[in-house]
Design a protein around this ligand. Structure first.
Ligand SMILES: CN1c2c(nc(N)[nH]c2=O)NC[C@@H]1CNc1ccc(C(=O)N[C@@H](CCC(=O)N[C@@H](CCC(=O)N[C@@H](CCC(=O)O)C(=O)O)C(=O)O)C(=O)O)cc1
Ligand SMILES: N[C@@H](CCS)C(=O)O
Ligand SMILES: [Zn+2]
Length: 774
C-alpha cells in the first residue's frame, strides 16, 4: 500500500487538555490505572476520528499514532526496559511515572529540551549494563486497539540512533551509542510485532541527523542511521518504513537516508531545502521512493503560503520522486484548533483568524495541497488565490510595521548594549546591597496555588473586579515576602503570583502580541503553555511589573528583585512572525524591556533579574548558524539591560539545558549574577564556567525543583562544597535550580529551610577556613 499525504504527529494534550486532566487525576489518587487508561484511550479515539473528519485517509498510512502518557522518549525507555537501577524495584505505571517525576525515594530522569523546541523529553541514562530488551508491547497494543476501532494507524517511533544520541552516559564519559546493537535488536522485534499486528506503515523519526548540537558528531550519526536502517530494512518481516528527518535541514543526511532503502523519507522543507540532483546521484529508481515534503510548518502557527508550497512540491516532483505532502515536524508543538477561540474577543485581533493555522487547519492545508498535487493545481485555484490575498493584506495591516519602533531599533548603537567596567559595578553594588557571603535567593516564582489560579480564572470571567483581584494578589505577595523573611532569605522575590505564565504575562501587556484562551501546547508531561502570538512590532505601552514590585518592596526592608523575562525567551516561547528576522524582533522586545528596566530602576529596584532560560534552546541546530544567533541573542539581552546605573545589579537565570556550547555567550550577557540549573547534574556546569574565566556572580542551582523530593541540608551543603571547589566562593550565590511555581508549599518551605541552613553552614566552614575574603 502506498503512503498518503500526512502529518508527522498530532497534538496529544487534547482539545480540552483531557490528557493533562486524566494524568493529574491519577497522580492525585482521584482515579486508578484503569480510569487513566480509559480516559487516554477515549482521547486517542477522538483524535483519530478528528483526523479522518479533516480529510486524512483512514485506511492508508496517513494517521500518525504518536500518543503518549507523558513523553515519546520515555516511552522508548519503558519499551526497552532501559531503566536505571534506582527504579528497578518499581513496575508498571508506578515505574513509568517515577522515571518521569521521581518520588520520595528516587530522583527522576533529567529533563531537557527536544532539539530547538520548548518541548521537554526525559533523558535516558544508559550504561554498559543497562538492561535492554523488548519489555512491553504498549506501542503495538495501541495500534491494535485503533485497528479494532476501524483505523489503520502509522505508529510514530523515535529511531534507535536518535534515542541513544539523546541519552546520557550512566557514568561520565560512557557513550550510550555503544549500546546501539542491543537497541537495534529490540527494534527488529518491534517491527516484526507491528507486522504481525497488521501495520502497513511505521514512521521512524531519526531527528538526530539534522543536529550538530549533540555529543556525537553529525557525520557519525548519519553513518550509523544508514548502517542500522540498511540492516533493519533488509528484513521482509516488517511494515513499510517512513524514515523521517524533521526539525531541520537534512541535506547532509539525504543520500544516506535514501541508500537505506526506506520506502519513504520525510524531510523538513520549512527549515531545510530539497536535495540537489548531485545529492541524488547514484540513487536509482526515484519514482519508486516516496518523498514526504514537509512544506507545512509543524511548529509555528501561521497559515502556509500555499503558492510557495505548490512550487516546492513541483520542484520535488521534478527531481523524480513520488511526492506526498507533509508537515515539517510533528504538530505536537501547536494548539489543536483556531475554532476553539472566541474571535470576537478584543485581545485576539480578529485579523489574525485568517492568518493562523493551528493543527487542524494545517491538516486542511495538507489535504488542499494534496488535492492540487493529485488533481492538478487548477483544482485548488480558489484556495491559492484566497491565500495569496490574505498574505498581501496581512503585510499592510496596521501594527505590522510601526515606524517609531523600526527607527528606534535602527538607531541602537554598541554603546547602548554596553555597561561600564565590572569591577566598578561590583564595588558599587556591594556598597549598596551589603549582602553576606553566599547570599541566598530564589529564582522568582513561588507556588501557583489553586487559590491564585481560581482567582485569576474568576477575574477573567468577570466574576471578580480588578480591585478584588489586585487585593488578592497583593495578599499573596505579602504572604510570600513574610515567608522569605521568616526563612531568612537574603534577596527576596515577589513570587510572580500575578503571572499566568512568564511569557504570556508580558505578551498580554506589550503591543504586537495576541494571546489565546485555548491554545494549549504540551511543554512537558501534564504541563502546558499557551504560546503567545507575536504578529506585529513590539513596544511597551503601559505598566508591566513596577506596581507589583513596588508593593512587594514596600512591605520589607530586604531587597526585592525586579523580575522580567528576556527577549530570547519571549521569542522562544511564543509563536513568532516570520516576515522579519528574529534578531530584529529580539531588539524590538529588548527596547520595550529596556523601558521597563528603567522604570523599575526609577522606582528604586536595586536588583533586576532578566530571565533567559531559553538562551540555549534557540541555539540553531546547525553549527554554521551559531555565531549569528549568539550575536543577536546576547546583543538583545544587553540592549535590554545595559541602560542601568553601575550600582543596579542585573541578574539573569538559565535552566532546562546543557550549557556547554554557550558558556561564552553566558559570559557575554555581562549580567552581574547568573543563576543556572545545576542540581541534577551535580554542578557539572561550574568547571566549564571556571575554565572560561567566568568571574561574575553565579548561583548554581542546589535544589532540583522539578521533583517533589525535599533535598536534605547535607545534600545541599555537599553541592555547595562541590561548587566552592570549582569557583571562587566570593562570587557564589545560593538558590534553587528554577522557579517554584510547580511546587507545593510543604516541600517549598522544607526545601528552602534546608537551603538556608546549608548556606549558613558552608559560610561558617569557609570563614573558619579563611577562604572567604572580606
Ligand atoms: C519555565 N518553563 C516555561 C516554558 N514555557 C513557558 N511559556 N512558560 C514557562 O514557565 N518552558 C520551559 C519551562 C516549562 N515549564 C513549565 C512549568 C509550568 C507550566 C505550568 O504550570 N503550566 C500550567 C498552566 C499555566 C497557566 O497558563 N496558567 C494560567 C491558566 C490556568 C488554568 O489552567 N486555568 C484553568 C481554570 C482554573 C480554575 O478555574 O481554577 C483553565 O483555563 O481551564 C493561570 O495561572 O492563569 C499547567 O497547568 O499546565 C508550564 C511549563
Ligand atoms: N522567574 C521565573 C523563571 C523560570 S525559568 C520563575 O521563577 O518561574
Ligand atoms: Zn528556570
Amino acid at each position: 500500500m502506498s503512503l498518503s499525504s500526512t502529518i508527522l504527529g498530532y497534538p496529544r494534550v487534547g482539545r480540552k487538555r483531557e490528557l493533562k486532566k486524566a494524568v493529574e487525576a491519577y497522580w492525585a489518587g482521584r482515579s486508578d490505572a484503569a480510569g487513566l487508561k480509559e480516559a487516554e484511550a477515549e482521547l486517542r479515539k477522538a483524535n483519530l476520528a478528528r483526523l479522518v473528519e479533516l480529510g486524512l485517509d483512514r485506511d492508508g498510512s496517513a494517521l500518525p499514532e504518536n500518543s503518549s502518557l507523558y513523553d515519546q522518549v520515555l516511552d522508548i525507555t519503558f519499551l526497552l526496559g532501559a531503566v536505571p537501577e534506582r527504579f528497578r524495584g518499581l513496575g508498571g505505571l508506578d515505574q513509568y511515572f517515577a522515571l518521569a517525576r521521581g518520588n520520595a525515594e528516587v530522583f527522576p530522569l533529567e529533563m531537557t529540551k527536544w532539539f530547538d523546541t520548548n518541548y521537554h523529553y526525559l533523558v535516558p541514562e544508559i550504561g554498559p549494563d543497562t538492561p535492554i530488551s523488548l519489555k512491553n508491547t504498549d506501542l503495538v497494543d495501541r495500534f491494535t486497539e485503533a485497528k479494532s476501532w476501524g483505523y489503520l494507524t502509522r505508529p510514530v517511533i523515535v529511531g534507535p540512533v536518535t534515542y541513544l544520541a539523546l541519552s546520557k552516559g550512566e557514568t561520565e564519559g560512557y557513550d550510550p551509542l555503544d549500546r546501539l546493537e542491543d537497541v537495534v535488536a529490540v527494534y527488529e522485534q518491534l517491527l516484526t510485532a507491528f507486522k504481525a499486528a497488521g501495520a502497513e506503515w511505521v514512521e521512524i523519526d531519526e531527528t538526530a541527523v539534522v543536529s550538530d548540537n549533540l555529543s556525537a558528531s553529525r557525520d557519525g550519526i548519519i553513518a550509523k542511521v544508514e548502517q542500522v536502517w540498511t540492516h533493519l530494512l533488509s528484513s521482509s518481516n516488517r511494515p513499510h518504513v517512513l524514515l523521517a528527518a524533521p526539525y531541520g535541514d537534512s541535506t547532509k543526511a539525504f543520500p544516506a537516508l535514501f541508500r537505506t532503502g526506506a520506502e519513504a523519507i520525510a524531510i523538513d522543507l520549512d527549515r531545510g531545502t530539497l536535495p540537489s540532483a548531485d545529492d541524488l546521484a547514484g540513487i536509482n529508481n526515484l519514482s519508486s521512493r516516496t518523498l514526504v515534503a514537509g512544506v507545512v510548518d509543524g511548529r509555528n502557527i501561521w497559515a502556509t503560503d500555499l503558492n510557495k508550497a505548490k512550487d516546492l512540491l513541483e520542484q520535488a516532483k521534478d527531481l523524480g520522486f513520488t511526492v506526498k505532502v507533509g508537515t515539517s515536524t510533528s504538530l505536537q508543538h501547536v494548539p489543536h484548533d483556531t475554532d476553539l477561540e472566541n474571535w470576537a474577543d478584543p485581545e485576539l485581533n480578529e485579523n489574525l483568524h485568517d492568518w493562523l493555522a493551528f493543527a487542524d487547519q494545517k491538516i486542511e492545508e495538507v489535504v488542499i495541497l494534496d488535492r492540487g498535487l493529485t488533481e492538478g493545481w487548477d483544482a485548488i485555484a480558489d484556495e491559492l488565490s484566497k491565500n495569496a490575498d490574505i498574505l498581501t493584506r496581512r503585510a499592510a495591516t496596521a501594527g505590522v510595521a510601526v515606524d517609531a519602533v523600526r527607527e528606534r531599533v535602527a538607531a541602537l548603537t554598541e554603546a547602548d548594549r554596553t555597561r561600564g567596567d565590572y569591577a566598578e559595578r561590583e564595588a558599587a553594588q556591594e556598597a549598596r546591597l551589603n549582602l553576606p557571603p553566599l547570599p541566598t535567593t530564589t529564582i522568582g516564582s513561588f507556588p501557583q496555588t489553586t487559590e491564585i489560579r481560581t482567582s485569576r480564572a474568576a477575574h477573567a470571567r468577570g466574576e471578580i473586579d480588578d480591585a478584588t483581584y489586585e487585593d488578592r494578589m497583593k495578599e499573596e505577595i505579602e504572604r510570600v515576602i513574610r515567608l522569605q523573611e521568616e526563612l531568612d532569605i537574603d534577596v527576596l522575590v515577589h513570587g510572580e503570583a500575578e503571572r499566568n505564565d512568564m511569557v504570556q504575562y508580558f505578551a498580554e501587556l506589550l503591543d504586537g502580541f495576541a494571546v489565546t484562551k485555548h491554545g494549549w501546547v504540551q511543554s512537558y508531561g501534564s504541563r502546558c503553555t499557551r504560546p503567545s502570538i507575536l504578529w506585529g512590532d513590539v513596544a511597551k505601552s503601559g505598566d508591566i511589573s513596577v506596581p507589583w514590585w513596588s508593593f512587594a518592596q514596600s512591605v520589607t526592608n530586604r531587597p526585592v528583585k525586579g523580575m522580567l523575562t528576556g527577549p530570547v525567551t519571549i521569542i522562544a516561547w511564543s509563536f513568532v512572525r516570520k516576515d522579519i528576522s528574529l534578531g530584529q524582533v529580539a531588539d524590538q522586545i529588548a527596547l520595550a524591556l529596556r523601558d521597563e528596566v528603567a522604570d523599575l530602576e526609577k522606582a528604586g529596584a536595586a536588583i533586576i533579574q532578566v530571565d533567559e532560560p531559553a538562551l540555549r534552546e534557540l541555539l540553531p541546530l546547525e553549527q554554521s548558524k551559531h555565531a549569528d544567533y549568539l550575536e543577536w541573542s546576547v546583543g538583545s539581552f544587553r540592549a535590554a539591560t545595559a541602560g542601568v546605573d553601575k550600582a543596579t545589579q542585573i541578574h539573569t537565570h538559565l535552566c532546562y539545558s546543557d550549557f556547554g556550547q554557550i558558556i561564552d555567550a553566558i559570559a557575554g550577557l555581562d549580567a552581574d549574577v547568573t543563576s543556572i540549573e545545576a542540581a541534577r547534574s551535580a554542578m557539572e556546569v561550574l568547571p566549564d564556567l571556571n575554565d572560561h574565566g567566568f568571574s561574575h556572580g553565579v548561583g548554581p542551582g542546589v535544589w532540583d525543583i522539578h521533583s517533589p523530593r525535599v533535598p536534605s541540608t547535607e545534600e545541599i551543603a555537599g553541592l555547595l562544597r562541590l561548587a566552592v571547589d570549582s569557583v571562587d566562593p566570593r562570587i557564589l550565590w545560593v538558590n534553587p535550580d528554577c522557579g517554584l511555581k510547580t511546587r507545593g508549599y510543604d516541600e517549598t518551605v522544607a526545601s528552602l529551610k534546608n537551603l538556608v541552613t546549608a548556606a549558613k553552614q558552608v559560610r561558617e566552614e569557609l570563614s573558619a577556613d579563611q577562604r572567604l575574603l572580606a
